[in-house]
Design a protein. Structure first.
Length: 363
């Protein structure tokens, strides 16, 4: 069990900061400085969670003290039994609260609260890989719906017999990146392809990259100087035009050479806004990548987005099995998993990640 005084002193040290931020975020001068206001609001939310647990922790310590006092002074057997029950329950609760507080005291990844941009690309396996990329997109769509998150496709390139050679979409909601980041890496599928006449099992793969969506304040862009804008007709599978107006937008960031395009909307302006948001995210991730590479070398739960060859999960259709190779997690409910029921696997990854974060903080 942790030292109560050491935990209390750490929490007491944060009370004054919480009070200070509570005042600052109501200050008109701070509200006018949007970059600072957003940063302080995030810090306020994190500290607010700590303050709530602090309150419960204090209450639990008080309950233990009162129960002990009752046991030493009370003569009524019934009251003594009640005090003993209270003491046992509170003492059992204390280690859980201490673990929760320790975890909240470890600095969180500041990107976790952001929305995300997800790209799925068919890898080895040709047509079958594109079909699998389509299956993964359906899986994430259903999962995001179950979380009440909103998905918007920004760009896609359809496979010749179904699925996607590539699909890029944004996900908007509460704490999206902090949950979906575990999906980055190579997803491998083992099954009999639709095109296979002999009934043989083939292995193919798709790559998933999850990027934290950059806020407007994260990246400053000089649109006139740094961005070349091209307009073109949206096209569907087989090159057929699905939109005969020049509403699709391609943006090239001249200094870095990064190219993004959006052809999802019929409105030029909406496509431009979406493409700009994706460009901002990709530029932001050039810097964020350095951080990711560093933590990926320490934590088995995280795969650096620079390491596109890192195999994270296998979907075995003949056995109905899902295996996540990072944490040796295996379950046999593949059909439900592909239908969006992936929360249990993500929960196991979060638990493993938290254990690693705690270990790092104790070094």
């Amino acid at each position: 069990m942790a030292d109560n005084n050491s935990i209390l002193s750490k929490l007491d040290g944060l009370v004054s900061r919480f009070d200070e931020i509570s005042t600052l975020i109501t200050d008109p001068a701070v509200i006018a400085d949007q970059k600072r206001f957003v940063r302080l609001s995030k810090e306020y939310k994190e500290l607010e969670d700590l303050m709530k647990v602090r309150k419960v922790y204090f209450q639990t310590l008080n309950n233990i003290g009162e129960a002990k006092e009752l046991l030493s002074n009370e003569t009524d057997p019934e009251m003594k039994d009640m005090a003993r029950e209270e003491l046992d329950a509170s003492q059992a609760r204390l280690p859980q609260l201490e673990e929760e507080i320790k975890l909240l005291l470890v600095p969180a990844d500041p990107q976790d609260s952001k929305n995300a941009i997800v790209e799925i690309r068919g890898g080895t396996g040709g047509d079958e890989a594109a079909i699998f990329a389509g299956d993964l997109f359906k899986m994430y769509t259903k999962y995001c719906e179950s979380k009440g998150w909103k998905i918007q496709v920004t760009n896609l390139n359809e496979g010749t017999i179904g699925g996607y050679k590539e699909i890029v979409f944004s996900v908007t909601g509460e704490g999206v990146y902090g949950i979906l980041k575990y999906e980055s890496g190579v997803h491998r599928v083992q099954r009999v392809p639709q095109t296979e006449t002999q009934g043989r099992v083939h292995t193919s793969a798709a790559t998933v990259a999850v990027l934290p969506e950059a806020d407007e304040f994260d990246i400053e862009l000089n649109e006139k100087r740094d961005i070349r804008r091209d307009e073109f007709c949206s096209s569907g599978a087989g090159g057929q035009s699905v939109n005969t107006t020049y509403s699709a937008i391609r943006l090239t960031h001249i200094p870095s050479g990064i190219v993004v395009q959006c052809q999802d909307e019929r409105s030029k302006l909406k496509n431009y806004d979406k493409a700009l948001a994706e460009l901002r995210t990709r530029l932001y991730n050039l810097e964020y990548q350095k951080y990711l590479d560093e933590i990926a070398s320490k934590r088995k739960t995280m795969v650096s987005t620079g390491d596109r060859s890192a195999k994270i999960r296998t979907y075995n259709y003949p056995q109905g099995r899902i295996t996540d190779h990072r944490i040796n997690y295996t379950i046999y409910n593949l059909s439900a998993f592909m239908d969006g029921d992936i929360q249990d696997c993500i929960d196991h990854l979060i638990v493993a990640e938290n254990a690693e974060r705690l270990k790092e903080s104790e070094l």
